[in-house]
Write a protein that binds this ligand. Structure first.
Ligand code: ADP
Ligand code: ZN
Length: 731
């Protein structure tokens, strides 16, 4: 038999199949092969009877690496789809499908040594031991009382010598048992909080289960009980013998979902997550592969759960940008979910309190079924949001970070023994220019996108059209010269709070304080226990736990993400503000939200304060249509990264020339094209450049494949070229 193999080497030159001979192997198996005179791992992707490879060159597969195919036929089909849709290399795709550590044999099933008495007549054993063998006698009694026990535990308690000696005498037997490594052990079920569905929830469940196919968008305000809807659907599907995938943006920030799934489904749930230890990840993956667990939960990579017979894929917080992978391999989890659902005749449910504009637009176009849950379960009012005009504060002499209102509310909260969260809206790398007197923000006249300050030439620049403007010396709106570019830092805020409230404990959560896997959880837990009264953080604190004692949420710089150089800025800001506001007053005490901004009348903030998603959607979608931004066109970024600047420029320049030719052939479809340095000019020692394109949707597939072809044709191996479709991040 001939087997087509993809070798496990990440290089474009070997991104094709190589044929080998072999017997009795299966498609999807990992194998060891001789490749370029070295033993290399590979994946069988096809089985066939003949090959074009000349007989004398055809080598034989050395050995299979596992005794079963690790990648199923339908995953190979998914791989082919992703390869084509995102222009990925085979290896990069296949590596997504198995736990990384399986490769190169770095992980095995964990076993532990267990000791047990060989007989049950304990008196007889004790009689034959010397009376001064105190430890051995104690160990025997212990085993008699407690039954089989872990050797590690016994050694710690009685010493290695005692155990070894009892084994030598034949009184104790040692066996190896497989141990399952369970991630986040403490997040499991005590008590089961099953609810009788409310009419809106029942309607959502019925709508989905009546169809069992296609895509559903569940738009439910925060606290409308979406989780109960997911759980009910999963229960039905699992009972019918089919399997489910449940995606959440980030397990560490939303441990509740895992906890609730385990409460209801126990061991039938497996967690897939890049933050797990090597062994945990492997064990959980294997349980899904073997059919020991029917439900996979995890962040975006869990969409590749090795499940057969999938009935439902559920995607919580559908709008979250983490569903789009913005490093190699780049893919959109929602597309992948769609493809897998179609393969299995399954359905996809996407839920959010603030659906992505493109998702809601698709629903309005009838491409997916919209289900609305507009009310909170307990009818508790949404928190009251007060907008503070920071320009007014500045004019009246307060140049501090806190407005007088926020300072006052903080004091009240702290004194009443409640908790507060202060949120810094920091995103992106570039800074916009804003007048602190009137709130004016410099924008591109053609694109209505905030201009970015370029330090090297002191110019203002639009990242969509590349147009440059002179730096402003005075505000065109109010005539003052009082511009601000900087950002407020979390540490700065903490210092200030320590001064204001010397006796109040303050916690901080940002990229600096959350370097390790557990640190997110630890900070949130400490806050939830009441170890601190104030939590200061970046967008990380927007999601996550319910904190019943939080009665005040302060957003320090509501503008910061509003004026990014990015068409998604307004949408992201709306989502963030709605989310943080939802943190306040989850319990009986009504929550207060103070939103500080220099642009208090901006529709995004006004509507977010009212939690008016539909109002926001209508306004924003009409602006997207007028300015022609997605979903009305496709934005494509071609990213060039390399350690040598000139090589990046060379590749960029030559490909730009080729694309210019392409543009000349399709003038109507190329709505815009320009080349530039990325706002984040250098990262991880690599220089970064980009070509930005705006394409019409008419000819998209054909245009994309031609653009990919241009990008493949690069001169410098050391330069990486990536094509991103509708990137979530243009930094
Ligand atoms: P969402 O995910 O939509 O923000 P949750 O799923 O977190 O909302 O539900 C909000 C709260 O309402 C939770 O505390 C949940 O236990 C409770 N809840 C959900 N459904 C019901 C119901 N049918 N009856 C009573 N309480 C419910
Ligand atoms: Zn512009």
């Amino acid at each position: 038999m001939i087997y087509s193999v993809i070798v496990d080497i990440a290089a474009s030159e070997v991104d094709r199949i190589f044929d080998y001979k072999g017997e009795g192997l299966q498609v999807g198996m990992r194998v060891l092969v001789n490749f370029a005179n070295r033993k290399t791992e590979g994946y069988i992707v096809e089985e066939k009877l003949t090959t074009d490879c000349p007989e004398e060159k055809l080598k034989t597969i050395i050995a299979p690496l596992d005794d079963y195919p690790v990648i199923s036929q339908d995953m190979l089909e998914l791989g082919a789809f992703m390869r084509q849709a995102y222009h990925l290399r085979w290896v990069d795709v296949l590596r997504l499908f198995i736990p990384a550590e399986m490769r190169a044999g770095r992980v095995k099933t964990l076993s532990k040594r267990q000791a047990a008495l060989t007989g049950d007549n304990v008196d007889e054993i004790l009689n034959s031991l010397k009376s001064n063998a105190v430890k051995q006698r104690a160990l025997v009694s212990f085993l008699y009382k407690n039954g089989a026990s872990m050797c590690a535990e016994l050694n710690a308690q009685f010493g290695n010598a005692a155990l070894n000696s009892l084994v030598d005498k034949g009184f104790v037997r040692i066996t190896e048992i497989a141990v399952r490594r369970t991630p986040y052990k403490d997040l499991n079920g005590e008590g089961n909080s099953r609810h009788v569905l409310l009419p809106a929830q029942q309607n959502a469940v019925d709508t989905v289960l009546a169809n069992l196919q296609g895509r559903f968008l569940l738009h439910g305000v925060t606290g409308s009980g979406k989780t109960e809807v997911y759980l009910t659907i999963i229960e039905k599907i699992v009972k019918s013998g089919r399997n489910c995938i449940m995606l959440v943006p980030e397990i560490a920030l939303t441990p509740n979902m895992l906890k609730q799934l385990r409460d209801r489904f126990g061991d039938n749930v497996a967690l897939l997550h890049s933050g797990l230890s090597v062994g945990e990840r492997y064990d959980e993956w294997l349980r899904l592969k073997n059919g020991e667990a029917q439900i996979a939960i995890g962040a975006r990579s869990a969409i590749f759960a090795p499940l057969s017979n999938i009935g439902a894929i559920i995607i919580d917080e559908e709008h979250d940008s983490s569903y789009i992978s913005d490093f190699n391999p780049r893919y959109n989890t929602l597309d992948v979910a769609d493809f897998r659902a179609k393969q299995h005749n399954a359905f996809v449910v996407m839920g959010s309190a603030t659906p992505s504009l493109s998702g809601y637009y698709a629903a309005n176009q009838g491409l997916l079924t919209l289900i609305e849950m507009p009310k909170r379960v307990n009818r508790r009012p949404l928190p009251e949001v007060e907008i503070v005009d920071m320009a007014k504060e500045t004019r009246s002499g307060n140049r501090g970070i806190f407005s007088r209102l926020l300072a006052e509310r903080l004091k009240q909260t702290v004194e009443s023994g409640n908790q507060a969260m202060l949120f810094l809206n920091r995103r992106g790398y570039s800074s916009f220019l804003m007048c602190t007197k009137c709130g004016y923000v410099a924008k591109c006249v053609d694109c209505d996108i905030s201009l970015t300050v370029h330090r090297e030439d002191g110019m203002l620049k639009c990242h969509y059209c590349g147009k440059k403007y002179y730096m402003l010396s005075k505000c065109p709106n109010c005539g003052e010269n009082s511009f601000r570019q900087g950002k407020i830092g979390t540490q700065q805020v903490v210092d200030l709070l320590n001064n204001m409230f010397p006796d109040v404990k303050v916690l901080r959560m940002d990229a600096d304080t959350t370097q390790t896997k557990e640190s997110h959880g630890k900070i949130l837990e400490a806050f939830s226990r009441g170890d601190a009264q104030i939590l200061v953080g970046t967008q990380m604190i927007a999601k996550g736990h319910d904190f019943p004692k939080v009665t005040l949420v302060g957003v320090l710089d509501g503008d910061q993400s509003l004026h990014r150089e990015d068409y998604l800025a307004t949408e992201r800001t709306f989502q963030l503000i709605t989310q943080v506001a939802g943190r306040s007053g989850r319990d009986e005490a009504t929550g207060k939200v103070v939103l500080q901004t220099y642009t208090p009348t901006h529709y995004c903030l006004q509507l977010a304060a009212k939690q008016d998603y539909n109002g926001f959607y209508k306004k924003e979608i009409s602006l997207r249509e007028a300015g022609c931004f997605p979903p009305f066109c496709e934005i494509v970024r071609i990213l060039y990264q390399g350690e040598r600047e000139q090589e990046c420029i060379d590749d960029l320049t030559s490909q730009y020339a080729e694309l210019t030719n392409l543009k000349a052939r399709y003038p109507a479809d190329f709505m815009y094209m320009d080349k530039m340095r990325c706002p984040l000019k250098r990262a991880e020692k690599k220089y970064r450049f980009q070509i930005l394109l705006k394409l019409s949707k008419n000819n998209l597939d054909s245009l994309l494949s031609q653009i990919y072809a241009v990008c493949d044709n690069k001169k410098k191996n050391s330069v990486q070229v990536f094509v991103e479709r509708n990137p979530q991040n243009l930094s």
